[in-house]
Every structure is written in C-alpha cells, then in structure tokens.
Design a protein around this ligand. Sequence first.
Ligand SMILES: C[S@@+](CC[C@H](N)C(=O)[O-])C[C@H]1O[C@@H](n2cnc3c(N)ncnc32)[C@H](O)[C@@H]1O
Ligand SMILES: Nc1nc2[nH]cc(C(=O)O)c2c(=O)[nH]1
Ligand code: SF4
Ligand SMILES: [Mg+2]
Length: 224
Amino acid sequence: MTTKYKINELFETIQGEGAFTGQPSIFLRLQGCPVGCSWCDTKHTWEINLSDEVDQQVMINKTAESDHWAALTSEDILAIFNRQGFQAKHIVITGGEPCMVDLTPLCTVFEAQGYSCQIETSGTFEIQTTENCWVTVSPKVNMKGGYKILTSAMQRANEIKHPVATEQHIDDLKALLVDHAVTAKPIYLQPISQKERATQLAIKTCIENNWRLSIQVHKYIGIE
Ligand SMILES: C[S@@+](CC[C@H](N)C(=O)[O-])C[C@H]1O[C@@H](n2cnc3c(N)ncnc32)[C@H](O)[C@@H]1O
Ligand SMILES: Nc1nc2[nH]cc(C(=O)O)c2c(=O)[nH]1
Ligand code: SF4
Ligand SMILES: [Mg+2]
C-alpha cells in the first residue's frame, strides 16, 4: 500500500532557521508529537485524532492554526506543489515530530523530481530518510514526554539547532555533545520565543564557543 502522510500544513515561504535561513522553501508540517516541550511553537500538531482528518483542499486553505490534517501520498503532495505553482526547490519536512514515520519514500520521490529535502527533528526517534537529505536535529532534554535523544540522530545530524532561554539549556547542550561524541558539526543556538534575555544569552554563548545564531527570521518579518 502506498504510504500516506498526515499533513497539518503545506505552504511556501522563506526558511527562517538554521543553515538554510533565507532559502525559499516548501514546508510540510506533519501531525503528531509526543515530546511535549512547554514552549513549543506548534502545539496544534501534537495530537493525532482520527476525527480531525479533513480533505486536502480544506487543509491547504486553512487561515489559522488548527489540529486538522489531511492524509496524502507523496504523489498527492507533488500534485499540490504543481497546482499551487510553487517555485521553491527546497522542501522542509517538520511537525510535529516528522521522524515518527519513515520519510524515505517521501524524500525519494521529491529528490527524483529535483527537489532537495530537509528534516527538522527532535532526535528522539530513529531518522529514516535518504542519504542526501539535510537533517536538522534540535535535541530536547527532560521534556514532559520523557523521550531521550538518540546517539544515531546526533551522529546523522547535518546541523544541531538548540533552543535556549537559560544557562541550563547551554549546559544541557554541552553535556549532549560530550555524551554523544559530537564533533565538527555546525551548532546553532536559537533563542526561545524571541525573548530579549534569551537572545542576549544566545549571542554571548555563540561568541564564546564559536557557534552560530539562529533567530527565527520569519517571526521578525511576520511571515509564515
Ligand atoms: C516546531 S519544531 C518541529 C520539529 C521537531 N519536532 C523539532 O522539535 O525539531 C521546529 C523547530 O522549532 C523549534 N522551536 C519550537 N518552538 C520554539 C520556540 N518557542 N522558540 C524557538 N524555537 C522553537 C524547535 O526546537 C525546532 O528546531
Ligand atoms: N519560515 C519558517 N521557517 C521555519 N523553520 C523551521 C520551522 C518549523 O516550524 O519547523 C519554520 C516555520 O514554521 N517557518
Ligand atoms: S519536539 Fe518539536 S514539535 Fe514536539 S513539542 Fe518539542 S518543539 Fe514541539
Ligand atoms: Mg515554526
């Protein structure tokens, strides 16, 4: 049977985070995440209720965040890209937690059509995707769901992007890098929710450690 993915949002915008910041991108937001970060931007994606399934057109036409999702195959998704006239050639698969499902079939189809793929993941599930896919791991420590960061995810990561608001978050990241033997990867600090104190902490810590700053550009310029 052809795999169907539960899609909460599908839109074209500018990537606002990490190494691809500034890149026109098509975003696919998958439904479902059990990790439970208290400051999560996308709490509307957490629960998967079968009663929240909607038609693809209803999902695409959403004007506000909701927990509605549509079940789509890779081919359904490609057909929507074409119908919408999207020009971006980079696809960001996020959520929710996209790595709860095997993304290999999806990324294989996209890459065969000339797209590059990127996954945004918490690193708490096995990362199943193509070799060329860019993987952004944003490790989550001590969250409500109790999920643990996998060493395989830290090793697969092309970049590590850590949300920070307190010194504890920096200490958590340093411990993770040691525990999972991570060396020579780009490390981004991302201030949580544009808070002034978090941003100052991130700037200072980036300079001290030769890490990079990711400031969720889309929120500053008011795009999706
Ligand atoms: C919404 S998550 C979805 C993908 C995946 N579950 C994850 O956590 O990486 C996408 C990115 O947004 C970050 N994020 C979520 N809420 C945030 C917030 N309030 N401030 C800064 N970054 C946030 C996450 O850490 C992650 O890098
Ligand atoms: N513009 C834009 N860039 C993003 N980068 C990561 C996002 C996410 O929610 O995963 C995101 C998002 O929601 N919008
Ligand atoms: S892992 Fe990602 S989607 Fe899940 S709660 Fe945390 S930030 Fe939100
Ligand atoms: Mg977002």
